[in-house]
Design a protein around this ligand. Structure first.
Ligand SMILES: [Zn+2]
Length: 251
């Protein structure tokens, strides 16, 4: 499950300030999620959500899906030397510990929190079940991420992009910064790689945070197919992919 173009809050992007203010602690100030970085920059952040739900685990166990790890996409990012930020669910880390460790150890990449089991932090949320303990979901995932990289950025992306005020408070209480996006690739629901490329390049500009998926979505492989053309298109627009931490000046 994944954010759609009009996922919760996505239409409110124009009301956001262009520059993130320097913040000593995300809990100490506005609870609002980050949607993009500074606009007067050529930097953009490609973010990939590594979803895993109990339903997806069942698909893997029944052999209906061979993998949600997507080695092809990861290899393509490395080949193109494209920095990326992976928002990982705890279940995904537990399913693919070596892949997760490899991503965390690679200086090209960084890893962050996408909840433990991809249950929604508010409902309705595209049919996702609601988590019964938001802070436990965050803590379990942070513990897994700490083992991968104790210095990982304290970013969190809501499952399905769905949140309300209580959810924002829970995230702030755990010392995490919620991160949405201003460009949605549409890869979770797209039926062609071209559509992903078009939608991404139509919306991207300096400071953008682009939402993509690592291995979720069917048919799989579309994000991989779209990636080279997206990277080429960014280059033509003189935009440079960086990690989210770099875009937001957190490292
Ligand atoms: Zn997700």
């Amino acid at each position: 499950m994944a954010p759609r173009p009009m996922a919760a809050g996505a239409g409110r992007e124009t009301a956001r300030p262009a520059e993130p203010s320097p913040r000593p602690s995300p809990a100490a100030s506005s609870l609002d999620p980050v949607r993009h970085g500074p606009r007067k920059t050529a930097m953009v952040a490609l973010t990939f959500d590594a979803d895993m739900t109990s339903y997806m685990e069942g698909q893997l166990d029944r052999g209906e899906v061979d993998s949600y790890a997507n080695p092809r996409l990861i290899a393509e990012l490395r080949r193109l030397k494209v920095p990326a930020t992976f928002f990982m669910t705890g279940l995904w880390i537990e399913r693919y510990p070596r892949v997760a460790a490899g991503l965390a150890a690679d200086p090209l990449f960084e890893v962050a929190d996408h909840s433990y089991d991809h249950k929604a932090f508010t409902t309705p949320c595209y049919g996702l079940g609601r988590t019964d303990d938001m802070r436990r979901s965050l803590r379990r995932t942070e513990a897994l991420l700490d083992r991968l990289d104790p210095r990982h950025p304290r970013f969190f992306r809501f499952p399905g992009g769905c949140f309300d005020r209580a959810a924002l408070k829970a995230v702030a209480a755990e010392g995490l910064t919620p991160v949405q996006w201003d460009v949605i690739s549409g890869d979770a629901f797209a039926t062609s790689a071209d559509a992903i490329v078009r939608q991404t390049l139509a919306g991207v500009r300096g400071g953008s945070v682009v939402a993509l998926h690592l291995g979720g979505g069917k048919p799989s492989g579309l994000t991989d197919d779209a990636l080279p053309a997206i990277v080429r298109g960014l280059g033509e627009r003189k935009l440079r992919p960086v990690t989210l931490s770099t875009l937001l000046g957190r490292r």
